[in-house]
Design a protein around this ligand. Structure first.
Ligand SMILES: Nc1ncnc2c1ncn2[C@@H]1O[C@H](COP(=O)(O)OP(=O)(O)OP(=O)(O)O)[C@@H](O)[C@H]1O
Length: 483
């Protein structure tokens, strides 16, 4: 924990300060380091051209981003939006100069980056505070790392603390603070160095809904008031509503086969934004369609998301990864839809559940993959199989689920491999190795977790976490022997 905190902190503080000319609020936070002229609205601050990023994996290079051409201009808030694994954080880190591009260029104010970007500071999802330092000391760290003398550090930190609504908490330790107040410290520590561009990596996602809403609102008020000591914001999020609420431009990243810019939306809505306005809802809808991968010209696609283009008989574990959806979740969703006469609007459903629509997407993907539902025009509709599943008693629902789960490539692979093995057992490592050719180890782990959950529930196979071994279910083994 401490190690990861330190690692995050180091990345947050690495750049050498480049100060923007000061506003009234930030006049005393000047550092001894180089100054650059304040960028005029519209000036390009960050730019990538042909950016490609791969990570070294067990089987060689694993491509994560490809052909990213992006500009971040002074005066704008840019949201990088995409499903998990689409490369949002990697792109943010490339822009911050924290990870090098594999090819292509990243420039800050026209200069190619050769290391940490001097014009950025980062706010993390996990706050990354040092628990043994007070609020004031944590905030000052941002300046200390950039060589600002002690007397100036104190003044500047007090100003940043005031700006972000933390006055009175200067001498508190992180453990005394709520999550929302801790994240305020995270903001103050980034803002105190007056970066040209504030980088935020899912800064609200570790907070409860109300705290996140409050902090988002305050941040945007500050941004609009002109008191913000930065010239641009880049926000990583997987939450469509958050992106539409905050951004001037939304860059949707797709992850098929690896991170590319799928589409860019100019938001163009007045601030503060009205969630209930038709224009807001319409944009959410348009972004949703792009994010789920459904081609806009096809109103009734067969599968959203990562499985969209693959015909059922051509699906393999490599081209159709299992969505991250447990049986309880997808059964619950099927039942909810059944109670609504077998169909419902996805946005309404997410609203009723108090979730962002993208949180519901893996469950929707799962229902489609299992042939339990179809999605068209934002409406989820149960199929005959899905209706039967939702209405069945426990034993019958297991039978229906088992039949459906065998259409999910990874579950089918595990089941048929076990059937072919004389003693009906196989180590998880076998499947892990097969999948490692196509996915990162984190993705492999997630998919095997889903496959284990589905296979257990369907009574296709059991899994013993001790030896990490799959075993064909007794009935399956008997059935296989009969064949
Ligand atoms: N340091 C690394 N080494 C190897 N692979 C990595 C590394 N960092 C990220 N990846 C992989 O790159 C892919 C993109 O990860 P990244 O975190 O950029 O995506 P993301 O869209 O931000 O996802 P999430 O919302 O889940 O954080 C993932 O498959 C991830 O496992």
């Amino acid at each position: 924990m401490i190690l990861s905190t330190l690692r995050n902190l180091r990345t947050a503080l690495t750049p050498t300060a480049v100060m923007t000319p000061t506003t009234a609020t930030t006049a005393t936070t000047a550092t001894a380091t180089a100054r650059v002229p304040r960028a005029a609205d519209g000036d390009v601050l960050l730019e990538t051209a042909g950016l490609t990023k791969s990570y070294a994996g067990a089987d060689g290079e694993l491509p994560v981003l490809s052909g990213i051409d992006l500009q971040v201009r002074a005066g704008e808030v840019v949201a990088l939006l995409g499903k998990s694994g689409s490369g949002k954080s990697t792109l943010l880190r490339c822009l911050a100069g924290l990870v090098p591009a594999s090819s292509g260029t990243v420039t800050y104010r026209g200069e190619p980056l050769t290391g940490a970007n001097p014009g950025t500071a980062m706010v993390f999802q996990t706050f990354a505070l040092l628990p043994w330092l007070t609020v004031q000391q944590n905030v000052e760290l941002g300046l200390e790392a950039r060589g600002v003398p002690a007397d100036r550090r104190a003044d500047a930190a007090v100003q940043a603390i005031d700006l972000i609504g933390l006055d009175g908490f200067e001498s508190a330790y992180p453990k005394e603070l709520s999550g929302g107040m801790r994240q305020r410290v995270g903001f103050a520590r980034a803002l105190v160095v007056e970066p040209d561009v504030l980088m935020m990596d899912e800064p609200f996602s570790a907070l409860d809904v109300l705290t996140a809403e409050n902090l988002r609102g305050e941040l945007m008020e500050l941004w609009e008031s002109g008191q913000f000591p930065t010239r641009a914001i880049v926000l990583v999020t997987h939450n469509i509503e958050e992106a539409v609420l905050m951004a001037d431009r939304i860059v949707v990243l797709g992850s098929r086969p690896y991170g590319t810019i799928r589409e860019t939306f100019e938001v163009g809505l007045d601030r503060p934004r009205d969630r209930n306005s038709p224009a807001f809802a319409d944009l959410i809808d348009r972004v949703y369609r792009v994010m789920t991968g459904r081609p806009k010209e096809l109103p009734h696609p067969s599968l959203p998301g990562r499985t969209e283009a693959v015909e059922p008989d051509k699906r393999t574990p490599a081209n159709t990864p299992l969505p991250r959806a447990g049986v309880d979740g997808l059964s619950g969703l099927a039942e909810m839809v059944a109670h609504r006469d077998g169909r419902c609007d996805l946005a309404d459903l997410a609203d009723d559940l108090g979730l962002a629509i993208d949180d519901v997407l893996p469950l929707v993907d799962a229902l489609e993959l299992l042939g339990f539902a179809r999605v068209g025009d934002n409406e989820l509709q149960l199929t005959e199989r899905g209706t039967a599943y939702a209405g069945a008693d426990v034993q019958r629902s297991k039978t229906i689920f088992a039949e459906a789960a065998m259409e999910a490539p990874l579950v089918r692979l595990i089941t048929t491999s076990l059937r072919q093995n004389p003693d009906g057992t196989l180590r998880a490592g076998f499947f892990r190795d097969l999948l490692a050719h196509h996915f990162t180890s984190e993705q492999v782990t997630r998919q095997l977790e889903t496959a284990t959950d589905w296979g257990r529930y369907a009574e296709l196979y059991a899994y013993d976490a001790g030896p990490q071994e799959y075993q064909l279910d007794h009935d399956q083994a008997t059935g296989a022997a009969d064949v």
